[in-house]
Design a binder for this molecule. Structure first.
Ligand SMILES: C[S@@+](CC[C@H](N)C(=O)[O-])C[C@H]1O[C@@H](n2cnc3c(N)ncnc32)[C@H](O)[C@@H]1O
Length: 481
């Protein structure tokens, strides 16, 4: 493999000269500007990509950036604020695509003010005129039908039919959502109030403003649902908490939309001041393919890929499900429950696999895991096989000599530490990716499951990830191999 260039050595020197806590960001506000419009799991806080971009900017004139696992678009926003001309983001999750689009679309604050006032006016009218119907629904389900709205059956699995039945008794016609188990996740009045909100937002004719409103509705959906707070997986509150949970859709939505309007105002001001107007391409594609991005076109890549498969680590699809359903973000409603199986590590190798990846470190770890749990080894292999395909696809899109910054975490499975930082450098060799340097960093403010059971023995817990690494790779020329 090629030896390091002067440019590489200078970059390493620069990184080594930084203080030990340079990448920590303890106690910093990481939600400024449009970064704070919507929650997303395992967000890589913006100061990381901002600092990487700043360091590179000191010595390089870069125009195009790619984040092949953009999630909620943090890296892309930072590229926009740094004046990049072409910005590409990729993600298979339709909610991630919508959040990123909204966070990066500058909306004129006067129009936003006007349209939000219209929306609030319309909502107040609708809620006032339908208040008897809303209250009557609760009364009908709990008193007349005698149903327990915290039960899995009765209300939980038959909510749409029961709401329709109620509407018939009062001669009222209105859309009702039909998602499976909707009653398990929402109480009667919450469903009707969300539908009123959705109908009002759909009246907005400016599509950018409409999407901006929908993102506030998406945040509202999570808060007014029966989901347990602070969890990215779909766990429901215990029944007694469901019974006491009486959120107001209108109050929650108003709070979130007002907050988001302020954040967009700040974002608009900065973008106009600096005349930021990049070409942005949000790609709804599998990163293992990346057909819609031209080869050899990207100057820099910064990303934080998933830590492992969605089933045993962070379930992006599961986190997004209720929003995907309410906002009709999947053409086929059945796809709303299938996202996680399409993401990295989604394919199962429960009965074993033929090891065919170019990483000795991974092979050794898999042998250890295989000896205690073949199915778990299959999950791990599935994830790294996909990561390998992503490295191949991403590398093809990068210009020669361009740098890639992979922010990865090492996790523990069956007491075996999977050294993703090392594995990625070994896998990259096949795709002309030279390892330049690896920066370790603590993760004090990443919202992640911090404890789990690596042995699957109930009660036995170890930290999953306390630190991560910024792995720097560089695509070398063909003749340097
Ligand atoms: C760690 S998150 C990225 C978070 C992001 N840095 C942010 O600031 O929000 C990883 C993302 O990779 C996406 N993803 C996983 N597998 C994928 C695949 N095969 N193709 C495209 N996106 C994928 C997930 O949907 C998720 O949004």
């Amino acid at each position: 493999m090629k030896s390091l260039s002067l440019e590489d050595k200078n970059l390493i020197e620069k990184l080594k000269s930084l203080p030990i806590d340079y990448w920590d960001f303890k106690g910093e506000d990481t939600k400024e500007l449009t970064h704070g419009l919507h929650t997303y799991p395992a967000v890589m806080v913006y100061p990381i990509s901002r600092k990487i971009i700043d360091i590179m900017q000191e010595t390089h004139q870069l125009n195009s950036l790619l984040d092949p696992f953009m999630g909620s678009g943090t890296v892309l926003i930072e590229a926009m604020l740094a004046g990049y001309k072409q910005i590409y983001g990729v993600d298979l999750n339709p909610l991630a695509q919508l959040i990123t689009k909204v966070k990066m679309t500058i909306i004129n604050s006067e129009s936003l003010k006007l349209e939000s006032e219209n929306l609030y006016r319309g909502l107040r009218d609708n809620f006032d005129s339908l208040s008897v119907t809303i209250n009557g629904l609760n009364e009908y389900i709990t008193s007349e039908k005698g149903l327990d709205v915290s039960a899995k059956t009765g209300w939980g699995d038959s909510a749409p039919n029961l709401i329709r039945e109620y509407f018939n008794t009062i001669n009222f016609a209105y859309d009702i959502p039909e998602y499976k188990n909707i009653g398990y996740w929402f109480k009667p009045t919450v469903i009707l109030e969300l539908q009123i909100l959705k109908n009002a937002i759909k009246k907005e004719s400016d599509m950018d403003i409409r999407d901006f409103f929908f993102i506030a509705m998406s945040e509202t959906i999570r808060l007014v649902s029966n989901r347990r707070n602070g969890e990215f997986k779909m766990f429901r509150m215990p029944a007694d908490k469901v019974l006491k949970h009486n959120p107001s859709v209108l109050a929650e939505f108003t709070k979130i939309l007002n907050r988001n309007i302020e954040k967009m105002k700040d974002f608009e001001r900065i973008c106009l001041e600096h005349k930021f107007c990049p070409e942005i391409k949000i790609v709804a594609e599998d990163t293992r393919q990346l057909n819609s991005i031209p080869d050899n076109s990207i100057d820099i890549m910064i990303t934080s890929p998933p830590y492992g498969d969605s089933r045993t680590t962070v379930a992006y699809g599961e986190f997004s499900r209720l929003s995907l359903q309410w906002l009709d973000l999947c053409d086929n409603p059945e796809d709303t429950t299938k996202i996680d199986s399409k993401l990295m590590g989604g394919k199962k190798y429960a009965k074993g696999f033929e090891y065919d990846l170019n990483s000795e470190t991974l092979r050794q770890s898999l042998d250890k895991i295989k000896s205690v749990d073949l199915a778990r080894a299959g999950d791990v292999y599935s994830f790294y096989k996909d990561l390998n395909d992503c490295l191949r696809a991403v590398s093809a899109k990068m210009r020669e000599n361009s740098y890639q910054f992979w922010v990865v975490g090492n996790r523990i499975v069956k007491l075996e530490t999977l050294q993703t930082d090392k594995i990625i450098t070994e896998l990259g060799v096949d795709y002309r990716l030279q390892h330049i340097y690896t920066v370790p960093r603590n993760i004090p403010n990443k919202v992640m499951p911090s404890l789990n059971s690596p042995t699957n023995i109930i009660g036995e817990k170890v930290a999953t990830m306390t630190n991560e690494h910024i792995v720097i790779l560089r695509k070398i020329k063909n003749d340097c191999l």
